[in-house]
Ligand binder design. Structure first.
Ligand SMILES: NC(=O)c1ccc[n+]([C@@H]2O[C@H](COP(=O)([O-])OP(=O)(O)OC[C@H]3O[C@@H](n4cnc5c(N)ncnc54)[C@H](O)[C@@H]3O)[C@@H](O)[C@H]2O)c1
Ligand SMILES: [Zn+2]
Length: 333
């Protein structure tokens, strides 16, 4: 079968022919219907992110995957061939969180083998391309908003980076009643879609009047919550300044570099907080599938392009260079 493989030592990414994987006891083989392309994949290829638990130096990328159960391994009774499923991107093994497409082979391939426990039933109504991005592009902001930041209705929330994660972050904040929702992105088109997806304000972080605009949007009080969905150092410095009393910054974007708190005394006086966030918890993806099936969420506008798996390298480049300003590009095997 065809698979998009990365050598983490040489940083070479290429489509290769590899054997179709066999599911061992407790594992399930899924025929991939669609697989999302995340900025983390770009970071992996560029060497900014490194797998922590990968055996060997090669891995098939792809941690946002939906498809059809093809072959349950020995002992698996919870899944049967033909079941439509979405795959949770991570699972705990020996006290470590292993991430699909990072620590073990992922879904930029025709088939992927995963533990039965990570499969979430999809039902018949959500198409694979829209479903595939739920784990990560939607579930990571959902985990950050509903668990780590614990955003309450009526809180003022700033969202830095209106790409795959941030565009969904805005929708999810709207759903739970955050107000105002203040989107921040240097790309004009990203700011436009933020307003379309439910932001009250969309600000350019590079604009000279940014601090005043943020002040005005929060009636001088500053943000209750700032969400970094960009993974850019400048975002952290700017977001910390925008926090109000007891304000909390959640780091979702991954930059790999140290964080500096310029006014550390002011940070303490105002009792600000910085929280790290990674992935989502086991209940988040099923919640999101449910919210989608009940019409609370709609990802029809989230898929900016359906690209053949054989053109994965072009999709990676398009996301990296923001060619066409994609929200999410999805690979179709
Ligand atoms: N913690 C996690 O579990 C987790 C999961 C998935 C992705 N990530 C990380 O989240 C980040 C976003 O991923 P994505 O796939 O949504 O990326 P994306 O490329 O789709 O979106 C990033 C957005 O950030 C914007 N941006 C760039 N500089 C900015 C600035 N100074 N201020 C505000 N916005 C700025 C870009 O214009 C773009 O719209 C990446 O760093 C990725 O590695 C983390
Ligand atoms: Zn990701």
């Amino acid at each position: 079968m065809l698979a998009g493989r990365l050598n983490v030592e040489t940083k070479e990414f290429a489509l290769q022919e590899v054997p179709i994987p066999e599911p061992g006891p407790g594992f399930v083989r899924v025929k991939v219907g669609a697989a999302g392309v995340c900025l983390s994949d770009v970071h992996l290829i560029q060497g900014l992110l490194r797998p922590q638990f990968l055996q060997g130096s090669e891995v098939t990328l792809g941690h946002e995957v939906a498809g059809t159960v093809d072959l349950p391994g020995p002992g698996v009774t919870s899944a049967k061939p033909g079941d439509r499923v979405v795959i949770q991107a991570g699972y705990e093994y020996n006290g470590a969180t292993l991430t699909m497409g990072v620590d073990y082979d992922g879904g930029w391939a025709e088939y992927v083998v995963v533990p039965a426990g990570v499969l979430v039933p999809l039902g018949d109504d959500i198409p694979f391309d829209q479903a595939s991005i739920i784990p990560d592009a939607v579930s990571t902001p959902w985990g950050a908003i509903s668990s780590t930041a614990d955003v309450r209705a009526g809180e003022a929330v700033g969202v830095w980076g209106i790409g795959g994660l941030g565009a969904h972050g805005v929708q999810l904040l709207r759903l739970i009643g955050a107000a105002p929702i203040i989107a921040v992105d240097p790309i004009a088109e990203a700011r436009e879609r933020a307003l379309e997806f439910g932001a009250d304000y969309a600000l350019d972080p590079m604009a000279e009047d940014f601090p005043d605009a943020m002040k005005a949007a929060t009636a001088g009080k500053g943000l209750d919550v700032a969400l970094d969905f960009a993974g850019v150092d400048a975002v952290r410095a700017q977001a910390i300044k925008c926090l109000g009393r007891h304000g909390r910054l959640v780091l979702v974007g991954l930059s790999g570099t140290p964080i500096t708190i310029a006014d550390s005394t002011g940070f303490s006086f105002a009792r600000k907080q910085i929280l790290g966030h990674y992935g989502s918890e086991a209940h988040h993806v099923p919640q999101l599938v449910n919210l989608t099936r009940l019409g609370r969420l709609d990802f029809a506008k989230s898929v900016s392009g359906r690209i053949p798996l054989s053109e994965a390298a072009q999709a990676v480049k398009a996301l990296d260079t923001k060619e066409g300003n994609p929200i999410r590009l999805v690979l179709i095997p």
